[in-house]
Design a protein around this ligand. Structure first.
Ligand code: SF4
Length: 464
């Protein structure tokens, strides 16, 4: 029995406190960890106190959750330990010691797994409270403004999207005002932001909400997901930011953060990868404050764990970041497919007669709904002489009485799937008529929504 007594004393006086200290120590910033020592009971107690105060957090939900998890780990351990004490006989001491070691191992793994999860979430929120940017859409719970900001910020940096957000809120303070605007006006305001399908869907959905939901966003994830232009990310953002519902956002920033910190190697653009990141994000979500947590992880990805040159030297996640500790930052996250970029060679024809310039509204392609000049497309880079001798040119201009006033330099416009090389021809004609094109007085050209490419050309001829 004396063996059992020694084991109990060792366990309660040394083992549990040391592991608890290590456990709490996982939260301690590195410098404090290095200087911690347990030479006497006072230093041990002060270490625990320092560990708690060094976290610089209030008694917030994540911390409370950690305490609950820690306590439950203790309870489970104690239950197992009682089992260890029953039927204790000196003859089976080795077997019992082996059992005890297994229990200890279980305790450590349990604590480590849960601590890691909780530590990540609480640290993230703490980081956010200190480092967040003051952005207008963060100071509102209005689902319409949140939706507007989320659509504008897709594939767009905050600095670029901000003036558009402010202009839209100013011009369309309510979803009904956006619904009542003409598509041309919406596209004109969107001009320069790219990915114009977003603007068309925005307009369509505003009309849908105004007409079918009495001007109010549905407070239901599945119903929001059914709105045109709203995917799982945007639905999670609206439901969590506006209504505090527990849906985790997963966008490029979130994927990068999770992949690097947890060492997730599954390609994020595969079905299995998407599922894995969504499940991990949902598991880490602080459900009682989904809005703050979601904002925090997105902000962390945008500001701290950036795609290129993340600032790891001052990162609060450094201790348990797999990518940092294994020097794999540039390798994560993993993408399976490379986007195939198509090269296009376009020659836009700014054809002018005595009444104005021909302009047509695009009915398909990336610039649907925008106005463009008629254009000729070639498979490769061609010089002016080749354009003039091409079948397309000769079919278009059967009448030889035209005058080429100028041919612009080549403009390059890069989109996610296309690299466009474009030249603009200024041509004076008499009486050529293009079907599906309208004649617009030259001074009115800037009133029409056009692509950023055409807008760049307008700037060179001082139409803007
Ligand atoms: S240590 Fe570096 S890679 Fe890891 S989370 Fe921080 S910034 Fe990202």
């Amino acid at each position: 029995m004396w063996c059992a007594g020694i084991i109990i004393v060792v366990f309660f006086l040394i083992f549990l406190p040391v592991f608890s200290a290590l456990f709490l120590g996982l939260n301690v910033p590195k410098p404090l960890k290095k200087t911690a020592s347990f030479a006497d009971i006072e230093s041990f107690i002060s270490f625990i106190n320092d560990s708690i105060t060094a976290r610089e957090v209030n008694f917030s939900t994540p911390v409370f959750s950690e305490i609950l998890l820690t306590s439950s780990a203790f309870v489970i351990f104690i239950l197992l330990y009682i089992k260890f004490l029953t039927n204790f006989e000196p003859a089976n001491i080795l077997k019992k010691v082996a059992q005890l070691l297994c229990f200890c191992l279980f305790y450590i793994v349990y604590c480590f797994i849960f601590q890691r999860v909780m530590d990540f979430s609480s640290k993230l929120v703490n980081w956010y409270h200190v480092n967040k940017r003051d952005l207008p859409w963060r100071n509102t719970a209005n689902a319409y403004y949140i939706w507007l900001s989320e659509i504008i910020l897709q594939q767009t940096r905050v600095a670029q999207g901000m003036p558009y957000y402010l202009a839209f809120v100013n011009a369309f303070p309510k979803v009904e005002s956006l619904a009542n605007a003409s598509e041309d006006k919406v596209l004109k305001m969107w001009q320069g932001l790219g990915y114009y399908s977003r603007a068309r869907n925005l307009h369509f959905t505003a009309k849908d909400i105004a007409n079918n939901h009495k001007g109010k966003f549905p407070k239901d994830y599945q119903k929001i997901l059914k709105l045109k232009g709203v995917g799982t990310y945007t639905a999670a953002a609206i439901t969590s930011f506006a209504f505090g519902m527990p849906y985790a956002v997963v966008d490029g920033n979130v994927i990068r953060v999770l992949s690097r910190i947890f060492g997730v190697e599954t390609p994020f653009d595969t079905t299995i990868g998407k599922k894995q990141f969504q499940e991990l994000a949902q598991e880490l979500l602080i459900k009682e404050d989904a809005s703050t947590y979601n904002q925090a992880i997105m902000e962390f990805g945008a500001m701290q764990c950036r795609p290129k040159s993340p600032d790891c030297s001052i990162c609060t996640m450094q201790d348990f970041c797999e990518a940092y500790n294994k020097n794999r930052i540039t390798e994560l996250p993993v993408k399976s497919k490379k986007i195939k970029v198509k090269k296009r060679f376009l020659h836009f024809l700014m054809i002018e007669n005595e009444k104005g310039v021909y302009l047509g509204k695009r009915k398909s392609g990336i610039w649907t709904g925008l106005y463009e000049f008629p254009f000729l497309e070639f498979n490769s880079n061609v010089i002016e002489k080749q354009v003039l001798e091409s079948d397309e040119w000769l079919q278009l201009f059967t009448d030889k009485s035209l005058k080429i006033e100028s041919v612009s330099e080549s403009f390059t416009h890069i989109l996610s799937h296309q690299k466009i090389h474009a030249q603009f021809w200024r041509i004076k004609v008499k009486g050529v008529v293009f079907e599906n094109h309208e004649l617009v007085p030259k001074n009115n050209l800037v009133k029409y929504p056009v692509s950023r490419l055409t807008e760049k050309y307008f700037e060179t001829i001082e139409l803007v």
